[in-house]
Design a protein around this ligand. Structure first.
Ligand code: ARG
Length: 297
């Protein structure tokens, strides 16, 4: 159930099991957030430049925005020595299986050794809350960075899987088996777009923000085949302002880095409501709204 070309697509969204939207948000405090190493191109000039006080203000504004949208976050404490732990979309892939009413997460296998020790904190967090905590097969030699690269199609049980920088394609074969879900693979071709969540943002069943420069022709065709209305994001807004690292918790509001003017215009044309947030301190590490939260069932 792995799809890599549009010709091979023999699935129709409507025929796949429905998937309710996850209703709960997890955030991790930026207590120990900083840029201490360089593992993506966005970090390269930013080592030691994070203003902790400003980062806290920006994080609190994000928390307040989710709360105002009736999604008061559950908060995890950031740990010393793990400056990227605040990006809590990356250590797990949450899942929900409607026919068995199972809620769980698949643990990531971080590509970067610098981030490997973040995973056990989230494993414990989910275990304590009664989630099924699953791992990829022990004998599988593959990287997997959770919801940095694996994104649920809103509304149906279909997974989009980015690979090329942080996640290995083999991880998706294992995930497809583990979760009994079809996966559409998208090869990432530009190091600025190192995670799928920097260049594809599924908003609802029909709409997604897309940075076309991040994909090859096959990838763009796969996105066009399964989203009725892909919304193209100008390269400079996606690459430098993380316009695609946005998040729609409800299919209407889109939390997005402030100043993505053209993207916001296009969102409004399609009846979405942009909610602008300043995540500039976190962009220094290569992330914005989408990767600063985890949505769980
Ligand atoms: N510095 C982090 C890293 O390179 C940023 C992660 C941002 N997360 C994301 N899903 N884009 O891993």
């Amino acid at each position: 159930m792995i799809y890599q070309t549009p010709d091979a697509l023999d699935i129709h969204l409507d025929a796949l099991p429905a998937l309710p939207r996850p209703s709960r948000v997890v955030l991790t405090t930026p207590t120990h957030f900083d840029v201490e190493y360089v593992i993506n191109p966005h970090m390269s000039d930013n080592v030691g430049t994070v203003n902790t006080e400003v980062a806290w203000q920006q994080w609190k504004a994000l928390r307040a925005t989710y709360t105002a949208l009736d999604r008061a976050p559950i908060v995890v404490n950031g740990q010393a020595g793990l400056p990227d732990m605040v990006f809590c979309a990356n250590q797990t892939l949450p899942f929900y299986t409607p026919n068995t009413d199972t809620k769980g997460v698949v643990l990531s296998r971080m590509h970067s050794p610098e981030r490997a020790d973040e995973v056990p904190y989230y494993a414990r967090f989910f275990e304590e809350r009664g989630y099924a905590v699953k791992s990829l097969p022990a004998d599988l030699d593959a990287d997997f960075e959770g919801m940095g690269d694996a994104l649920w199609h809103p509304s149906h049980r279909l997974l989009w899987g980015g690979y090329g920088y942080r996640t290995s394609p083999e991880a998706y074969e294992a995930l497809s088996d583990l979760l009994d879900v079809p996966v559409v693979l998208l090869r990432l071709t530009d190091p600025d777009y190192y995670h799928l969540d920097t260049c594809l943002c599924p908003l609802d069943a029909n709409h997604a923000l897309v940075a076309p420069e991040a994909f090859d022709e096959t990838g763009r065709a796969l996105i066009d085949a399964l989203f009725d209305t892909p919304i193209e994001v100008p390269d400079h807004e996606a690459r430098h302002q993380f316009a695609c690292n946005a998040h729609s918790p409800d299919g209407t509001h889109v939390l997005i880095q402030e100043g993505c003017e053209e993207t916001n215009n296009r969102l409004r044309t399609h009846d979405f409501v942009p909610v602008e947030l300043d995540t500039s301190e976190f962009m220094k590490a290569g992330g914005s709204v989408f990767c600063m939260k985890q949505m769980i069932w």
